[in-house]
Write a protein that binds this ligand. Structure first.
Ligand code: ZN
Length: 477
């Protein structure tokens, strides 16, 4: 196998995929409404000979693009959803929205989708050139930020039969993900009451705002009695109006409930529902709940992760030009104190064996060109991702490549502004190569497939995937 050849094949088409990133960055579509972004990705993959199935698992802009036949089968995951409120001019180191309140790619998913497509095409070109058997499937996964598109794909069983699923995320460092993540339910709780004049006829009113407040008080008492790793947070999405003299007839809260295992989330969720029912009873209102989304925890596969990490080392870190370093510095100058302070803390975590001088030298770099060593860990990322749902159905690995200046905050205008820069372009091609190299390992090394499977079965520990989104809940509602 010649990984050098795979890298050459990806380099040849690099401009196509960096342009695809730029196009999706411009579209900046949200959640499930990703028509233009999905159209652009499908057109690129169809043009490369992939068969496109649109509308996967009932989502109009989810799709599976398949090339080849038979075993082994590799899944490559792509995302392409943006975030609300993060509209920003590209390349400008000051907060300057293109449209005030508009959407922006503040998590780099335009690069994620395009880089994964470059990987899929790269490994396809290689298999084609060598006349090798195997299947490459690109999964177009909508609604990662909110909506959990992959959980619906997993619920429909669309990842089963793969030998591995590979993905990446643009980041501030070069690493392979070794942590688990938290399972997460996202639920809207709505209260309906009765309006009345709050001074003239308060006895006729039943306040939905009271219900929401009572629910929050109850949940805040519950915090003392849940597991240490559990997390509950909420936002008021409807406060029933802005006039104190009108008894609020409606209210709504969005709750996120997280814990290391879906079963733990479920038990906290059941207690939160009881509290919501209690709040409705106390306030004389009615309560209903609506699922926004849910995601399973992430099952690490160190066998696959180590293979990916070896490929990142073999490729070497990206080399940044003077212009790129200056660009990164201009954005670092806009970071607040908290973001700056996070740099040494993150480096100490990534490089626990580095001495002080080495850490200081790395902290002085505007963008990293170091590779984080692979360290197995029991740590759980205090956050959630729907890649977790995929990891329950198939051995999964995820690589991060440095695409942004150190200290850049996820979901920020700075991250959006870097989205069409050569930093991101380099980082996405780097990720595409690492994914394609790892896919080649899986396609050409049956013993790696077997070892990956063994670890996957151990992690499952006899359990099987149970989608945290109830079967009656549909996407895009
Ligand atoms: Zn993201």
């Amino acid at each position: 196998m010649s990984k050098q050849r795979i890298a050459e094949l990806i380099d040849k088409k690099a401009a196509v995929f960096t342009a695809l990133n730029d196009k999706i960055w411009e579209y900046a579509e949200l959640r499930f409404g990703l028509k233009q972004s999905a159209d652009a990705l499908c057109a690129a993959l169809e043009g490369e000979g992939f068969r496109i199935e649109r509308g996967a698992a009932g989502m109009a802009h989810a799709f599976i693009a398949t090339w080849g036949t038979g075993a082994p089968a590799i899944g490559i995951l792509g995302e392409y959803d943006a975030l609300p409120g993060l509209s920003q001019h590209a390349g400008v180191p000051e907060k300057k929205p293109v449209s005030v309140g508009g959407n922006g790619h503040g998590c780099g998913h335009s690069a994620l989708g395009a880089g994964s497509a470059a990987a899929a095409v790269g490994i396809k070109d290689y298999l084609q050139e060598k006349g090798l058997a195997g299947t490459v499937k690109y999964y177009g996964c909508p609604a990662e930020e909110s909506g959990s598109g992959k959980a619906y794909l997993a619920r429909a069983g669309l990842f089963t039969g793969l030998d591995a699923a590979l993905t990446w995320h643009p980041m501030m460092e070069n690493s392979v993900w070794t942590m688990s993540s938290l399972a997460n339910y996202q639920i809207f709780f709505s209260f309906k009451g009765r309006s009345a004049h709050a001074a003239a006829a308060p006895e006729n009113g039943r306040s939905a705002l009271d219900a929401a407040e009572l629910m929050s008080v109850g949940v805040n008492y519950l915090r003392e009695h849940i597991i240490q790793e559990g997390r509950i947070h909420y936002a008021y999405t409807d406060v029933g109006g802005g006039m104190p003299n009108v008894v609020q007839a409606s209210s709504e809260l969005l709750y996120f409930i997280r814990a290391p295992k879906p079963s733990q989330v479920q038990s906290i969720f059941e207690r939160v529902v009881d509290i919501a029912k209690g709040a409705a009873l106390m306030s004389g209102t009615t309560m209903s709940l609506r699922w926004d989304s849910a995601a399973a925890n992430y099952l690490v596969n160190n066998t696959l992760g180590r293979a990916m990490h070896a490929n990142m080392n073999a490729l070497g870190p990206p080399a940044w030009t003077e212009d790129e370093l200056a660009f990164a510095r201009s954005f670092q100058a806009t970071l607040d104190e908290g973001a700056r302070a996070s740099i040494p803390a993150a480096l100490a975590r990534y490089f626990p064996d580095a001495d002080r001088a080495a850490l200081e030298a790395m902290a002085a770099k505007p963008i990293l060109d170091d590779i984080v060593p692979y360290k197995e860990t029991d740590r759980v990322l205090p956050g959630s991702t729907d890649v977790g749902d995929v990891s329950w159905q198939v051995p999964t690995a995820q690589v991060f490549t440095a695409c942004y200046p150190q200290g850049t905050v996820s979901h920020s205008w700075q991250l959006t502004a870097c989205g069409k820069s050569s930093l991101v372009h380099k980082g996405l091609i780097q990720a595409a190569k690492i994914i394609a190299f790892t896919a080649a390992d899986i396609l050409e090394n049956p013993s790696l497939v077997a070892a990956t499977q063994t670890e996957y079965q151990q992690r499952l520990a006899g359990e099987s995937y149970c989608c945290p989104i109830p079967s009656e809940v549909n996407p895009e509602e």
